[in-house]
Design a protein around this ligand. Structure first.
Ligand code: HEC
Length: 150
């Protein structure tokens, strides 16, 4: 019986520690609003046109995004990939939540217009965590800073 009450007593403490851990590993920080536009900032968006986030996971995602995702998500109209910074294209996708976005980026996904998001952006060397960091970076740079660091 003492063991049981002991566990109960610990629960709130574990919860508090978990919240603190989450808050320190990912820090919500605003993406500059002037770099967002309904159809995305003009021209092809290379990563050097976007700010360097302070958050370490977003920084990691930025580097992966440049290597693997930029070729399509920088604004390659032929592929049908939603352009980074294009709030109009991203809004309905963001509403699905991070879990669905992670799943589609890791396992691949064909949209209603038969445009294909290849699994891991076609880069089999990326592990799940790396793909997720790249998704977080793209979400952050498309107008959803809070979701990106959720
Ligand atoms: C060969 C081009 C290509 C590359 C490279 C690519 N994507 Fe995509 N991606 C697409 C296309 C096309 C779509 C849109 C599919 C649709 O909805 O029709 C898409 C959609 C997405 C979505 C939205 C999924 C949804 O549910 O709406 C995410 C997230 C995503 N890509 C992440 C990434 C990440 C992260 C990388 C790099 C690791 C990457 N993509 C690399 C073409 C690409």
């Amino acid at each position: 019986m003492t063991g049981f009450t002991h566990k109960l007593g610990l629960c709130p403490l574990v919860g508090v520690v978990a919240v603190i851990a989450a808050a320190t590993s990912l820090r919500a920080e605003p993406f500059p609003a002037n770099l967002l536009a309904p159809k995305g900032i003009e021209g092809f968006v290379t990563v050097d046109r976007l700010p360097m986030p302070r958050d370490a996971t977003l920084q990691q995602g930025r580097a992966i995004w440049e290597d693997t995702c930029q070729a399509c998500h920088g604004g390659n109209k032929l592929t049908g990939a939603p352009k980074i910074t294009a709030t109009e294209a991203w809004h309905p996708r963001l509403k699905q939540g991070l879990g669905v976005l992670f799943d589609h980026a890791i396992n691949g996904f064909t949209g209603p217009k038969y445009t294909l998001m290849p699994a891991r952006g076609g880069n089999e060397d990326l592990n799940d965590q790396e793909v997720e960091a790249a998704v977080r970076f793209m979400v952050w740079a498309s107008g959803a800073g809070d979701l990106a660091t959720e």
